[in-house]
Ligand binder design. Structure first.
Ligand SMILES: [Zn+2]
Length: 351
């Protein structure tokens, strides 16, 4: 088990539900300290699957709930109403596969490409680095935060999950919109994920988490900003309307396109999918509506090539409608590439 992960969770949440699921059986215990949680988890570790809560539980409300459940002869779990505060914004990407089975290596990779895509997308908006995890069968991201569990927070999260699902989810990898409820359980990282039979091509895997240092909190204003962005995007748009370009470079200063941060640029337009191999990244084609055949699920039909600093980045779409189109056509379409260059063209020539 990942001790640092449990310590950070305990420090932020104060009280944590540990849930052991085996067959149809669910057994929950609640812990106020790391040692007690680890002791219980260690006993259960050999079988089934282990999960924990992520957010701050109101101890008084929980005690009352457990008492009522016990009197009614029911198994107690943490209800959403007992959560006082969100400590984590949790995203879960799960590859499509036969029901009740573990993922193949290829399916797992597809999910991880999307998790990196979301990280890049939100980094462009100034969000700090998240925890990135292998859930066993797919990918997770956890952003640290501190948001009161109110209807307003719930609505902001709904907008964000719907928006990201639209950008990053499809029939190959599901962006799970249902994991946004406050009492949501998440894999206890370091434990084994046992789904279906343990097969050579669909093996049980140990879940792993990478915690960034520092693991900074997302500010509530950033959460609100992203929710507003998606709220605006979901309103019907006038065809041909131009976006107002960001102004990182002084007006009139043309960017040196060898310094164009092409992944950030596509991410800012909601068109970034994730890294594929080396400097190649999967994207959504800006002319997707013109395609006559649907994109493959890997989003590998349309790619960008990041520049190594010695030339312009590249754009390539395999669809016939995009034949002959290159990065210059994308620049002409969006009109804001200069703002994503780290150097101005004149500056470089003068040097
Ligand atoms: Zn295309």
């Amino acid at each position: 088990m990942n001790l640092t992960y449990i310590e950070r969770l305990m420090a932020d949440a104060g009280l944590v539900e540990l849930c052991h699921m085996k067959g149809g059986r669910i057994r929950s215990t609640w812990h106020r300290d790391t040692d007690s949680l680890i002791a219980t988890a260690t006993q259960a570790e050999g079988t089934g699957n282990l999960f924990t809560s992520l957010n701050r539980i109101d101890p008084g409300a929980l005690a009352e709930h457990i008492q009522q459940a016990t009197q009614a002869g029911k198994t107690a779990r943490t209800p959403d109403s007992c959560i006082s505060r969100y400590c984590r914004i949790f995203f879960d990407l799960d590859p499509a596969r036969p029901t009740g089975q573990s993922s193949t290596a290829e399916e797992l990779t597809a999910a991880q490409v999307r998790t990196h895509g979301i990280k890049t997308r939100l980094a462009v908006l100034g969000w700090p680095a998240p925890l990135m995890a292998l859930s066993g069968n797919g990918g997770h991201l956890q952003y640290r935060t501190a948001l009161a569990n109110t209807p307003e927070t719930g609505e902001m999260l709904r907008l964000i999950y719907d928006g990201l699902a639209q950008e990053f989810g499809d029939d190959e990898v599901e962006f799970d919109r249902s994991v946004r409820n406050p009492a949501r359980l998440c894999t206890l990282y370091g434990s084994w994920k046992r789904k279906g039979p343990n097969l050579p091509d669909r093996p049980h895997r140990q879940s792993l988490a990478h915690i960034p240092a520092p693991w900074r909190q997302v500010h509530p204003r950033q959460v609100e900003g992203l929710a507003n962005l998606f709220a605006q995007q979901s309103r019907p748009r006038v065809i041909g309307a131009t976006r107002s370009p960001p102004t990182a470079l002084p007006p009139g200063g043309r960017g040196d396109y060898a310094s164009l941060d092409v992944t950030a640029w596509f991410a800012a337009h909601g068109a970034y999918v994730g890294p594929l191999a080396g400097h190649i990244h999967g994207i959504r084609c800006p002319w997707q509506e013109e395609h006559t055949s649907p994109s493959p699920k890997t989003a590998s039909d349309t790619v960008i090539f990041a520049s190594a600093g010695d030339g312009w980045p590249g754009f390539h779409c395999k669809h016939s409608h995009c034949a002959g189109r290159d990065i210059k056509d994308v620049m002409a379409l969006w009109g804001d590439a200069d703002a994503f260059c780290t150097a101005a063209f004149q500056t470089r020539r003068a040097a």
